[in-house]
Write a protein that binds this ligand. Structure first.
Ligand SMILES: Cc1ncc(COP(=O)(O)O)c(C=O)c1O
Length: 478
């Protein structure tokens, strides 16, 4: 019996059906919007029970591939929010590896726009209860000054208590991480930097999502790495067949990916694609760097990280508290797998250590349950803020949009005649800061795309800014 046949035999029946349907969808045999065979037909075709079929359908529904329509059946989810051209480009082959060149203009925009705020500094002065609690916890830790923190450096891997808390939270998401496998960093960008340093040398090729996080482009440029941009679907994330093709053509060493709510589209990679990604990584001996920073912005259940499926220590998980709690606290972490020791050494060389009292404060904050309470409030607020943005966008000349279930922004495709770098300049005159699409690629793509964030409360200034922006866009589209 072949290895494949034996694996199939050990796979539960519902998983076999789930994988089969995923493949049908993925390879286009079941098209977006198409009705799936009925439950009865699936039972008969696969010789399995109704409960097994329902279990598989439920999992496909949870992962966003299909949707149930009352009294009608199950349908392949349409990739809402994106025109045929966007979908075509999400399924196009990757372009050849190239050195990264972030222009000064884009650097300037990155610095200004990374705040995610249409009208920066208009937040109310009322401190959110979670942050108040965090500040108190850090203040207490600083006052107590345990073990004369100021006279000694912390261990490079960070404070045991905080590492334990991070490990516990990952365990809750199905990832069997121990505190000894965690290294504390000064944020996710720092984690990504350490991960790339540990897994590559100058000239190596790294596969990334396209569109993808611009901070990664800066890192690749600095480290003299080449990039292959893998087309990424606004709903299901990195296009795995395009990655497979790219791996056949070029000596890719690392794949950097955000299965949970990628930037800028907020896509969520379905389970079947995650399995395929790890199979490819194994086959091509790839390191996979997982940027998990948006996991805790999930509006419903926080999804498991890819790292939870990693049996070979080849996934390096990078994350921080920046998107779900505070960008100011500068606490992140990295679970380095087989590169853990190398990463600790790199942290020691580049940073010596982090602040123990800040780490202690964050650990106390997590232990107290205040972070979980904060996340509950955050999810409610973010849902309202996302939905408000959606209602406003109905007046814009853009194709229907994907409604992300996590992340902090909506990725909008405008008519191709609109150049969002020009729009950036015009908006800036009005004190409005936008994030043009070209930031999210090194290939000069996405010039008519825009990322609009819903991270902030829609106060009057921001509502007004959104209206002005809508007016500019409608004028440019004429
Ligand atoms: C996808 C992604 N990864 C990493 C970072 C960097 O996060 P940190 O503030 O923790 O360094 C950001 C910040 O914008 C981001 O959007």
């Amino acid at each position: 019996m072949s290895a494949r046949a034996s694996t199939m035999r050990n796979t539960p029946l519902y998983r076999q059906l789930e994988q089969h349907l995923s493949q049908e969808i993925h390879q286009g045999r079941l098209a977006a919007g198409e009705r799936l065979p009925s439950i009865r037909q699936l039972c008969a075709a696969h010789g399995i029970s109704k409960a097994t079929v329902l279990h598989a359908l439920q999992r496909l529904e949870n992962s966003g591939r299909i949707e149930a329509r009352p009294r009608s059946g199950y349908y392949v989810k349409a990739e809402l929010g994106h025109s045929d051209s966007a979908l075509k480009s999400a399924h196009a082959p990757a372009k050849r590896p190239s050195p990264v060149n972030v222009s000064d203009l884009l650097l300037d925009i990155m610095e200004r726009s990374a705040a995610f705020d249409l009208v920066p500094n208009t937040s109310s002065s009322v401190i959110e209860p979670g942050l108040l609690e965090l500040n108190r916890a850090i203040g207490r830790a600083q006052r107590l000054n345990r073990s004369n923190y100021h006279q000694y450096y912390d261990r490079p891997e960070g404070l045991e208590g905080l590492r334990g808390q991070i490990a516990k939270r990952l365990q809750r998401r199905g990832c069997h991480t121990l505190s000894d496998e965690v290294c504390i960093t000064s944020g996710c960008q720092n984690s990504l930097f350490l991960a790339l340093m540990a897994t590559t040398k100058a000239g190596d090729v790294v596969a990334v999502e396209s569109p993808g996080f611009y901070g990664v482009m800066q890192l690749l440029e600095q480290l003299d790495l080449k990039v292959v941009e893998i087309p990424t679907s606004p709903t299901t994330g990195m296009h795995i067949p395009a990655l497979a093709e790219a791996l056949k053509q070029w000596p890719i060493k690392v794949c950097l990916v955000s299965p949970n709510f990628s930037t800028p589209s907020g896509s969520l990679m379905p389970q079947g694609h995650r399995d395929q990604l790890l199979q490819l990584a194994e086959h091509h001996d790839l390191a996979v760097i997982e940027d998990d920073i948006y996991a805790d912005t999930a509006l419903t259940i926080t999804p498991a990280p890819l790292k939870a499926q990693d049996r070979q220590g080849r996934v390096i998980l990078c994350s921080s508290l920046s998107k779900s709690l505070s960008r100011d606290v500068r606490v992140g972490w990295i679970i380095g797998g087989r590169w853990h020791k190398a990463i600790i050494k790199l942290k020691l060389i580049s940073q010596l250590a982090g602040s123990r009292s800040v780490q202690q404060g964050v650990a106390d904050f997590l232990v107290s349950g205040a972070y979980d309470s904060h996340l509950k409030r955050l999810k409610k607020e973010l849902t309202k803020q996302r939905d408000y943005l959606f209602t406003q966008l109905t007046d814009w000349p853009c194709t229907p949009r994907h409604r992300p279930e996590g992340g902090l922004a909506i990725w909008i495709e405008l008519p191709p005649t609109i150049n969002t770098i020009e729009l950036y300049a015009r908006a800036q005159h009005e004190g409005i800061l936008i994030t043009p699409g070209s930031l999210f690629s090194n290939n000069g793509e996405y010039t008519h795309y825009l990322r609009v964030s819903y991270a902030h409360t829609w106060n009057d200034e921001r509502k007004n800014a959104l209206q002005i922006l809508g007016r500019f866009i409608n004028e440019s589209a004429k």
